[in-house]
Design a protein around this ligand. Structure first.
Ligand SMILES: [Mg+2]
Length: 267
């Protein structure tokens, strides 16, 4: 089916960050330029990332540096998603986070109490995200809370994080370690491919029908899978984790596959 036919009726674009906007610290210029044009053309663009290392506010500043002026309200992170889910489930929770600054900021913004590792045992939730400063002590503290029955929330299960120097261990690798240690499975995955996080992005974009949304990302197991589950239009862009070799012989169905976002030709 032709790309313009698949994209007919799409008003909002839900756009991934790692592997689409940048790779590690390097911007992907073909994509950022195309996104700038799409915003100018009137598409509602919401950025949606499984990477909880930075907050929505911090991502909004980083995007502005690339010429993409985006309000923090139009950025959704898996840390924010986890924080909203916890609020619905427990109200104000006592949280032991395994993650970076961005995760802590999103938890605090929703009114949760963030605990340090000496008091982790009193947590009623453990939230696990990407943590590039992970230590054995943090894992131990999380395990102590999980052994006491704290809710076990993953921001996502991404096995790796794509960077300019190759894939690095993702939040999912840390989640798996804690599952092994605690002999528990997570209670909730707040990130892609869970359509729960797409609903947050759709609300931010002001659209109600998944068919009006194209989900743009570099991964089959998260971006494309979530779009399929939710009934949105999946767009796989080959600037990140998925390479041309990975899609040889793949049944693409209604997935649009482009080398970069300049090929979308939406405006
Ligand atoms: Mg990505």
């Amino acid at each position: 089916m032709r790309v313009d036919k698949l994209l007919y009726g799409v008003r909002a674009l839900v756009v991934d960050l790692d592997g689409v906007v940048w790779l590690g610290g390097s911007p992907i210029r073909e994509n950022t330029e195309a996104l700038r044009r799409l915003i100018e053309c009137g598409y509602r663009v919401v950025f949606l990332t499984n990477n909880s290392a930075r907050s929505r506010r911090a991502y909004s500043l980083a995007l502005a540096e690339l010429g993409l002026e985006v309000d923090p309200g139009l950025v959704v992170t898996s840390g924010y998603s986890a924080s909203l889910w916890l609020k619905r489930k427990l109200g104000r929770a006592r949280v032991y986070p395994v993650g970076e600054e961005g995760l802590v900021e999103e938890l605090v913004m929703e009114g949760h109490l963030v605990l340090g590792y000496s008091s982790s045992i009193t947590a009623n939730a453990v939230v696990v995200g990407l943590d590039r400063n992970l230590t054995y002590g943090k894992v131990e503290a999380a395990l102590a809370a999980l052994a006491k029955g704290a809710l076990f929330v993953a921001t996502n299960r991404d096995h790796v994080l794509p960077t300019e120097s190759g894939p690095k261990p993702g939040a999912g690798a840390i989640v798996s370690m804690l599952e092994t240690a605690s002999r528990r499975r997570i209670d909730f995955d707040a990130g892609k491919p869970n359509p729960w996080i797409l609903e947050i992005a759709m609300k931010a974009a002001g659209v109600q029908e998944p068919r009006e949304v194209a989900v743009i990302g570099d991964r089959l197991d998260t971006d494309v899978e979530m779009a399929r589950r939710a009934g949105a239009v999946p767009v796989l862009v080959l600037t990140g984790l998925t390479r041309e070799d990975d899609i040889q012989g793949l049944e693409s169905g209604n997935t649009i596959i482009v080398r970069n976002l300049g090929e979308l030709g939406l405006c």
